[in-house]
Design a protein around this ligand. Structure first.
Ligand code: PAP
Length: 334
């Protein structure tokens, strides 16, 4: 089961002036922003250069109005379907490796989604994040430039992935969440929208560049990772993550094989075969429920080869080359 009920944009609290002002802004934006074809719902709205649906637009306004970041916060940022679930598990288990034994771990009985909350799943009234232990971990699919200025002081782990695999993964995922009032979204339609940049939280390329540029400006604040490097050299990435989060792997831990334990615990094979990730739903805020097994499909590099023609591949690679030109960021061609 997965549901995506339509969002009631006019829901307001009479006695909260700030919230009511925000609701009015949301309503006004929905009426005035440029619209594009939605994947889950009929429309996406172009807000400051990025495409959001009604619910995520409201979440963005909520974050700007109510979220108070701490300089010690660590934020996992990603475009949808780039490896967020994997990184949630890796960051949580790396940071909390003294707290749980690998033979009886929190992740054996709880989904990776429960470890790090998504900022775009916030609703009103916002959860009291001040009670979270330091460093607080958050996740987001919002582009860097859509986040409030106060978050400049936070650390970010950004994970990106070959857009061809992102597209395939996203199309599978969204097909299950798409409103039942709409006709199914064909792969060709999804491809076209993706290439035009019209895609939840996208355009993909501008999303990646928003974090890449920030990482060049503040390399100590943004750890820029790729799904593909994680697949090929997970031990290197886990050590980088541990260093970046301020908890380097000690010599003793190296001797005890802790890095390997973390990698095995968080592997696609292990997580996708756990009962807790096979049944039931993960809830995101009040409005979105997603089948847990929907976060685990194939977990491979290059599944796009089963979906994209040579011409489609060339078109996406061409866009990547053109968009990344001069940025110092290399593309994803194998
Ligand atoms: P989200 O944007 O909805 O949070 P996200 O976790 O970023 O999704 O991406 C899901 C993809 O990561 C899926 O890719 P696929 O459709 O190509 O298979 C999913 O299978 C993959 N994935 C999930 N967990 C892991 C893991 N532990 N190792 C490798 N890949 C994983």
């Amino acid at each position: 089961m997965s549901t995506f009920p339509s969002f009631n944009g006019s829901e307001c609290e009479e006695d909260d002036v700030e919230y009511n002002k925000m609701c009015d802004k949301h309503k006004h934006l929905l009426e005035t922003l440029p619209k594009g074809g939605g994947w889950m719902e009929q429309h996406l709205y172009n807000y400051n250069g990025f495409w959001l649906n009604e619910m995520f637009l409201k979440a963005n306004l909520l974050v700007h109005t109510y979220f108070k970041s701490e300089p010690t916060d660590i934020v996992l940022a990603s475009f949808m379907k780039s490896g967020t679930t994997w990184l949630k598990a890796l960051m949580f288990s790396t940071l909390n490796r003294d707290r749980y034994s690998f033979s009886n771990h929190y992740l054996h009985n709880n989904s990776p989604q429960s470890t790090i909350p998504f900022l775009e799943a916030v609703s009103y009234p916002m959860t009291d994040f001040t009670t979270f232990s330091t460093p607080r971990l958050f996740a987001t699919h919002f582009a860097r430039t859509l986040l409030p200025a106060c978050m400049t002081s936070c650390k970010f782990v950004y994970v990106c992935r070959d857009p061809k695999d992102v597209l395939v993964s996203k199309w599978h995922f969204i097909s299950k969440l798409r409103s039942k009032d709409l006709p199914p979204l064909s792969f060709d339609e999804a491809f076209e929208l993706f290439c035009l940049g019209v895609s939840e939280f996208g355009p993909f390329w501008e999303h990646v560049l928003s974090y890449w540029r920030a990482s060049l400006e503040s390399p100590d604040k943004i750890l820029f990772l790729r799904y593909e490097e994680l697949k090929k050299q997970p031990e290197v990435v886990v050590r980088k993550l541990a260093d970046f989060m301020g908890k380097p792997i000690t010599m003793e831990e190296e001797k005890n094989g802790v890095v390997g334990e973390i990698i095995n615990l968080c592997s696609f094979e292990n997580l996708s075969n756990l009962e807790v990730n096979k049944k039931g739903v993960d809830k995101f805020g009040k409005l979105l429920e997603v089948e847990k097994k929907g976060f685990f499909r194939k977990g491979e590099i290059g599944d796009w080869k089963n979906y994209l023609s040579e011409e489609m591949k060339d078109r996406i690679d061409g866009i990547t080359e053109q968009k990344f030109q001069g940025s110092g960021l290399i593309g994803f061609s194998e």
